[in-house]
Design a protein around this ligand. Structure first.
Ligand code: AMP
Length: 212
C-alpha cells in the first residue's frame, strides 16, 4: 500500500457495499476498521447511555446527532496510529469539518449506487448475528438462508433494512451526506468506484486507488 494513504474514508449510500469492502480492505492492508454503524449497534445492543440516545434515530433511519458521533469516534481515530479505514463516517459536512481537526484524511473513496439498486440490495441483506458476516439473499445466497456458512450463526435482517426505512435513509444520504462528494472533490481527495460493478471489481478498484 502506498505509505501516504493510511487515513482513508469510504463514502456512498447505504447498501453500496461499504461494510463488505471495509472488511476486505482491512484484511488486506491492516488498517483499523472504524464503522460508526457497527459501534452504534454494539452500544444499542449493550443498552449503554449512548445506545439509548441513538436507538430512536437509527430505527427511523435518521442520522444520530453530530456531537454524539464525533465524541464517540474521535478517540478511536486518535488511537489508530498506523492508519484507519472509516466506514459510515463522516456523514455530514459538520462531521467532516470535525474530522479535519482530529486527523485529516489522505483519500476518500466514493462507492456510488442508484436508489433502486440500493432498495433491491438492502431488502435482501442478512447479517450473521454471531460473526457479523454480510450476505445477500438475491446475489450471493448462502446454502441455508437462515444460517451463516462461515460460523453457523443465525442470519438476521437489520431493523433499518425494511423498505420504508431504506427509502428514507436514501433521502437522508442525498440531503446530508452526498454534499461531501463535492466537499472532498474540492480538496482533491475524492476517488470514485461504481458500486454496480459488483463486490470483486469494486475491491480491485479500491486496491488500485490505495496502491496495494
Ligand atoms: P450504517 O450501518 O452505516 O448504515 O449506519 C446505521 C445507522 O447508524 C444510520 O442510519 C444512522 O442512524 C447511524 N449512523 C451511523 N453512522 C453515523 C454517522 N456518521 N452520523 C450519524 N449517524 C450515523
Amino acid at each position: 500500500m502506498s505509505p501516504q494513504l493510511t487515513r482513508v474514508a469510504l463514502l456512498g449510500p447505504p447498501g453500496a457495499g461499504k461494510g463488505t469492502q471495509a472488511k476486505r480492505i482491512v484484511a488486506e492492508t491492516g488498517l483499523t476498521h472504524l464503522s460508526t454503524g457497527d459501534i452504534l449497534r454494539d452500544e444499542v445492543g449493550r443498552g449503554t447511555e449512548l445506545g439509548q440516545a441513538a436507538r430512536g434515530f437509527m430505527d427511523r433511519g435518521e442520522l444520530v446527532p453530530d456531537g454524539l458521533i464525533v465524541d464517540m469516534i474521535g478517540g478511536r481515530i486518535g488511537d489508530a496510529r498506523s492508519g484507519f479505514l472509516l466506514d459510515g463516517f463522516p456523514r455530514t459536512v459538520a462531521q467532516a469539518e470535525a474530522l479535519d481537526r482530529i486527523s485529516p484524511l489522505d483519500v476518500v473513496i466514493n462507492i456510488d449506487l442508484p436508489r433502486e439498486e440500493v432498495i433491491a440490495r438492502l431488502t435482501a441483506r442478512r447479517v450473521c448475528e454471531n460473526c457479523g458476516r454480510i450476505y445477500n439473499l438475491a446475489f450471493q445466497p448462502p446454502e441455508d438462508p437462515s444460517t451463516c456458512a462461515a460460523c453457523g450463526g443465525r442470519l438476521c435482517q437489520r431493523d433499518d433494512d425494511r423498505e420504508d426505512v431504506i427509502s428514507h435513509r436514501y433521502d437522508v444520504y442525498e440531503n446530508q451526506t452526498a454534499p461531501l462528494i463535492e466537499f472532498y472533490r474540492g480538496r482533491e481527495l475524492l476517488q470514485e468506484a461504481d458500486g454496480r460493478m459488483g463486490s470483486d471489481a469494486v475491491f480491485e478498484r479500491v486496491l488500485e486507488i490505495l496502491g496495494t
